[in-house]
Ligand binder design. Structure first.
Ligand code: AMP
Length: 174
């Protein structure tokens, strides 16, 4: 089985979660299988090995699950980007539009340094709003965003269009 088939066999569709009409892609079965979890982290590690990545930035919360072992494996730093109000120290923020209303992501003001080479990690690319706001936040602090990486990409939502000119990588697409 190739990685696409393997991951698809482990991703569970949950209809109408968290709202009616949304099909939630549940990645927890990947984490339950140590060999598959390792394959995911190894696939990212292989891609970014030798690319001189200083920081892996995980987006709350499932981005932490994949970003932290990757940072450990490649000897890079890990930075969490969180929903507003969760981080204890001084933060910088970036807001983005949702279908109804808006949302804000934040990170510690000293989380990245000017010129650092960073890769953004999340479990899933949907509309791209969260990843785009995260990239803007990092660039505001002077970091250089090399790529945004996802386990799953919902291609039909065209999230890449919200990330024009950015390099996007995903392991499995729907
Ligand atoms: P977006 O900003 O629309 O790209 O949404 C991305 C964030 O929302 C990621 O952190 C995902 O984990 C989560 N998300 C959005 N849609 C789904 C979905 N259908 N299944 C699982 N997670 C989702």
């Amino acid at each position: 089985m190739n990685i696409d088939q393997l991951l698809k066999s482990k991703i569970r569709d949950i209809p109408d979660f968290p709202k009616p009409g949304i099909i939630f892609k549940d990645i927890t079965p990947i984490l339950q299988d140590p060999q598959v979890f390792k394959k995911v982290v190894d696939a990212f590690a292989e891609r970014y090995s030798g690319k001189k990545v200083d920081v892996f930035v995980g987006i709350e919360s499932r981005g932490f699950i994949f970003g932290a072992p990757l940072a450990y494996e490649l000897g890079a730093s890990f930075v969490p980007v969180r929903k507003v109000g969760k981080l204890p120290y001084k933060t910088v923020q970036e807001s983005y539009d949702l279908e109804y209303g808006s949302a804000t992501v934040e990170m510690h003001v000293d989380a990245v340094h000017k010129g650092q080479r960073v890769v953004v990690i999340d479990d899933l690319l949907a509309t791209g709003g969260t990843a785009n706001a995260t990239c803007r936040l990092l660039e505001k602090q002077g970091a250089h965003v090399l790529e945004c990486a996802f386990v799953v990409e919902l291609g039909f939502l065209e999230g890449r269009k919200k990330l024009p000119g950015r390099d996007i990588f995903s392991l499995v697409r729907y």
